[in-house]
Write a protein that binds this ligand. Structure first.
Ligand SMILES: [Zn+2]
Length: 357
């Protein structure tokens, strides 16, 4: 079998190399009779750290649509997905060599009638720990909580569960060997989750300065999903008539979202890049999220690392394309650090050593 060869600067260090693929792995040892399969900037496979496979506006979708979503991501160079909650059983994706690698969080766990219909297990506080333990066993090392959502009683964002219920559930997940993350828009839910040892915060628009310092010190990650938080004015408008307090909260969170994100970055919180594809956003849009994070003021090299080598390490994979690493990478015609738009049109996508796009 002919050995594939790729040539060009290999990120993150940017050293120009001849990269060979043997048995699905990277080697830099010269291989006789190799065939040049692509040249350009070589980037370790991209990571969408927050998306939803098998989820659409109205809930779970069938396997054909799961496959279509996964291919949309893959063809834009996203080769590792951290699924942040899905009601569809997508375990079969693990068996498919041609689809991205997948880390599933099982199904979201929310408070009764306090989330988008048909998405989550909706439970009361006394059942939270049991559901978290179950999803911890069923998933791939993560559990997803809906930390806060609009409460019809208070007419504003409110924590989904009391602090002690969150704390017991997080402890149960850790005991089962799973990490925990939570959807958090507002400020009130955060301190309890951080005190309980949560591992990651999604969205995080309500974070205060002392909280980002606590996160940095404890190694708690943040996936800010800035394409999603850009929709807050629309959420405010939609809710204003019935829930004016909620509308005001969403506008306030939106007004300070740049400052909040930059304070997390400056405090040294590990940020990752999540498109929130699936549900109300679409798959195949990680490049848009990378650009949106840079537009808010984050350095391009930081964001690209957060969408590639640093995210891979965080999720337990080889960070870079070292000797012997799985051959999951993207070849680009131009230097992405000079022109991020090239991420939208990869020249080659290589997954498990095979050219898939
Ligand atoms: Zn999401």
């Amino acid at each position: 079998m002919t050995v594939l060869r790729f040539s060009g600067p290999v990120l993150p260090d940017g050293e120009t190399r001849e990269l060979y693929v043997v048995d699905g792995r990277v080697t830099y040892e010269k291989q006789a009779g190799s065939e040049l399969a692509g040249s350009g900037w070589i980037v370790p496979g991209l990571v969408d750290a927050h998306n939803h496979l098998g989820l659409e506006d109205h809930g779970a979708v069938g396997d054909d649509e799961v496959e279509r979503q996964a291919v949309l991501d893959r063809d834009t160079g996203v080769l590792l997905l951290r699924d942040c909650g899905s009601p569809a059983d997508t375990r079969w994706v693990h068996e498919r060599e041609d689809l991205p690698r997948l880390i599933r969080a099982g199904r979201h766990i929310a408070r009764t009638k306090r989330y988008i219909r048909n998405y989550a297990h909706e439970v009361e506080p006394e059942d939270l720990t049991a559901y978290v333990a179950r999803e911890a066993r069923a998933g791939d090392g993560w559990v997803k909580l809906v930390g806060d959502w609009i409460s019809r009683e208070t007419g504003d964002l409110a924590p989904s569960f009391p602090e002690d219920a969150f704390a017991a559930a997080i402890a149960a997940a850790h005991e089962a060997g799973a990490r925990v993350t939570a959807h958090c828009f507002g400020p009130d839910v955060l301190q309890g989750l951080l005190n309980a040892g949560i591992d990651c915060i999604e969205h995080g628009t309500g974070l205060a300065v002392d909280q980002v310092e606590q996160m940095a010190a404890a190694g708690v990650a943040l996936v800010p999903t800035v394409m999603q938080t850009a929709k807050f004015p629309g959420f405010a408008d939609a809710g204003r008539e019935k829930f004016p307090d909620y509308a005001a909260t969403m506008e306030d969170l939106y007004a300070r979202r740049r400052e909040t994100l930059m304070s997390a970055y400056e405090a040294g919180v590990a940020l990752y890049v999540g498109s929130d594809g699936g549900g109300v956003a679409r798959h195949g849009e990680l490049a848009g999220e990378i650009e949106a994070m840079v537009d808010l003021g984050l350095p391009a090299d930081y964001v690209l690392g957060a969408a590639s080598w640093r995210a891979r390490a965080w999720l337990g994979w080889n960070a870079g394309l070292d000797e012997g690493a799985p051959a999951d990478f993207v070849v680009l015609d131009r230097n992405p650090l000079e022109d991020l738009s090239v991420l939208r049109t990869p020249a080659r996508v290589v997954l498990r050593g095979r050219v898939v796009a």
